[in-house]
Design a protein around this ligand. Structure first.
Ligand code: ADP
Ligand code: MG
Length: 340
């Protein structure tokens, strides 16, 4: 693991800044991404009251060295980039160094962490941005974040939270997307005393689709696997037109392990489906795009949900033809077998 350092002013100026902590699901997103970046193969998320009063995230990743822990909570402190040039080649999910400081500013945070090399772990308390305590403690390798009472010190922001049920729903959706985006990681999500999601981390995307969406959808999938001359790779599954949905919520796609929204990709997918589907229906997809970092700009929006692509028209064409070929090829097979 690289050392955690505070970025210099010029680099900070180049980062699309903004408030990333809006609700409990934003905290879960940032902390689960950190766990994935730390190489965790198992991540457990437990919440109470929709995450408003309690969030605990446990990972078996690299851990944070004891003397680095206070630094990790400083603004713009990160181990993932060093200079503005590194922004062109980000392979980690995080890089702004803002999440831990933003979370600690508005919550009561307890961190327990141990690196595989050190004999004991550390327990660190920070509340409203103020360090409260740091002590040695026995712990397994990895990191646990306990985040209590979001916005306890900013009641005006707390008012904008929804009911625990609704907040739980947001976190559920997020955890499903996390599981779909990282089939190599085992995720467990527990809300109250209920296990809402548990994936095995066996690398098989189809198992996760089955786990989340059930048998009907899993039985009606077409596999996609295509590599392009510029190095882009599209893998995953698309639904047969019979399982089309009434809204876009089932159009999932991930770029380099990151759930994103893209007008271009959505349009390419929907255009390809157009002749196979009724109006106002939307396809089911779970597609993974591997794209060279030099073809992408991820430093567009603080939540990193939007990307900029170097070659929009080519991306559209590649996605459109990949989906169309998959759909038409499989339709032909159906026709042939029906005709026999
Ligand atoms: P970023 O992810 O953008 O670097 P964060 O504020 O989210 O910024 O985290 C700051 C730093 O703390 C990270 O760069 C990383 O070195 C360390 N860190 C945070 N969470 C974990 C974790 N679960 N395991 C190991 N290191 C972590
Ligand atoms: Mg982060």
């Amino acid at each position: 693991m690289n050392k955690i350092v505070v970025l210099d002013e010029q680099t900070i100026d180049k980062i699309a800044a903004g408030e990333v902590i809006e609700r409990p699901s934003s905290i879960v997103k940032e902390l689960v991404e950190n766990a994935i970046d730390a190489g965790a193969t198992a991540v457990t998320v437990e919440i109470k009251e929709g995450g408003i009063s309690f969030i605990r995230i446990t990972d078996n990743g690299s851990g944070i060295e004891a003397e680095q822990i206070p630094t990790a909570f400083l603004r713009h402190a990160t181990s993932k980039i060093r200079t503005a040039e590194d922004l062109l080649d980000v392979t980690s999910l995080g890089f702004r160094g803002e999440a831990l400081s933003s979370i600690a500013a508005v919550c009561q945070v307890e961190l327990i962490s141990k690196t595989p090399e050190s004999l004991t772990g550390v327990r660190y308390l920070i509340e409203g941005g103020k360090e409260k305590n740091m002590e040695e403690i026995g712990a397994p390798s990895g990191t646990t974040f306990l985040v209590r009472n979001i916005f306890y010190n900013t009641p005006a922001r707390k008012k904008f939270l929804k009911t625990p049920q609704t907040e739980t729903g947001y976190i559920s959706e997020l955890m499903e997307r996390m599981a779909l985006s990282h089939p190599e990681v085992s995720f467990k999500f527990i809300a109250g005393s209920q296990v809402k999601l548990h994936t095995s981390g066996n690398h098989r995307l189809k198992d996760i689709i089955y786990n989340i969406y059930g048998r009907d959808i899993t039985n009606n999938l077409l596999e996609v696997e295509k590599t392009f001359e510029n190095g882009m790779k599209i893998t995953g599954f698309i639904g047969k037109p019979v399982i089309s949905r009434g809204n876009r919520n089932f159009e999932n796609y991930f770029v380099n392990g990151r759930y994103i929204k893209s007008k271009i990709i959505s349009k390419a997918i929907e255009d390809a489906y157009q002749s196979f589907m009724m109006k106002h229906k939307y396809p089911f997809t779970v597609l993974h795009f591997q794209i060279d970092t030099e073809m992408l700009d991820i430093n567009v929006h603080p939540t990193k949900m939007e990307l900029r692509f170097a070659e929009n028209e080519k991306l559209y064409q590649d996605v459109y033809h990949t989906i169309l070929n998959t759909l038409s090829h499989k339709e032909m097979i159906v026709q042939v077998s029906v005709g026999k």
